[in-house]
Design a binder for this molecule. Structure first.
Ligand code: SF4
Length: 251
């Protein structure tokens, strides 16, 4: 995995992946599985805290900037279900209805479009509320992984619909990706849905169909093709799947 990883990042990927796979396999109660994966979110904080100090000091992300919440968010099924659980436990009935309504509009707008076409829409994330993430404690892995060294450039990239200005924080980004891919690869190794989904579309399905979570625990695809990260028709085939490849099995 990841020829682009440094040796340290590769070690991190393997350590996280082995640990998550072990925990998933030891979990007997299906109702505890999402909690196991949500519990691994702390690994992002640990990886960030141990990144080089100069890299951390260059991070420009601050409360109230939300440019990165106006792009399509690609996620794994377990991440959608963790967000859905958080919403169902903590939102008022009115707030729940409102997020379902926003997600329905989002899903209709994204239907049948490629990722590039979706990015052009600059649609706010369905759980962005008054400039803040309303599911911050349960936010997906891509959101935890993203850091910018230039908030102004994030806005310019958004305004001009490009990613021409490189805002990535080198020294942090690779570590975050190692954690994210370690968790996701471990879930796939344990047999859980490895399809990449669009957060807003899949969240709509998760909040309106309780069987999504059941299908996931049964190691079946949790969401319909209409929730894929990239519309199947725009590709002519499958998109963004993580498959079990025996990364974390002992030799
Ligand atoms: S889940 Fe939260 S952090 Fe991620 S894009 Fe949506 S609003 Fe932003």
């Amino acid at each position: 995995m990841g020829a682009e990883f440094t040796e340290e990042e590769e070690t991190l990927f393997n350590r996280i992946g082995e640990s998550v796979l072990r925990r998933l396999r030891k979990t007997r109660n299906p109702g505890d599985l999402l909690g196991v994966l949500a519990g691994e979110h702390k690994q992002f904080d640990l990886a960030y805290a141990t990144a080089p100090a100069a890299a951390r000091e260059s991070v420009a992300c601050r409360a109230g900037c939300d440019a990165c919440c106006h792009v399509p968010v690609g996620v794994q099924a377990h991440e959608v279900l963790i967000v859905a659980q958080h919403i169902q436990k903590t939102f008022s009935p009115e707030a729940l209805d409102a997020v379902i309504a926003r997600a329905a509009v989002h899903r209709a707008a994204f239907a049948g479009k490629s990722n590039a076409e979706r990015a052009m829409l600059r649609t706010p994330c369905v759980v962005l509320h008054a400039g803040s993430c309303s599911v911050y404690g349960a936010r997906p892995e891509a959101c935890r992984s993203h850091h910018s060294n230039n908030a102004t450039a994030c806005g310019l990239n958004l305004d001009f619909e490009t990613e021409e200005i490189d805002v990535y924080v080198h020294g942090v980004r690779g570590r975050m990706f190692a954690v994210m891919l370690g968790i996701d690869q471990a879930a796939a190794e344990a047999g859980y849905d490895g399809q990449a989904y669009d957060l807003g579309s899949a969240l709509h399905e998760a909040l309106t169909d309780s069987l999504c979570a059941v299908r996931w625990t049964q190691r079946k695809p949790a969401f319909s093709e209409s929730c894929w990260e990239e519309a199947p028709d725009s590709l002519g085939g499958e998109s963004g799947v993580i498959r079990a490849e025996g990364f974390f099995e002992p030799e």
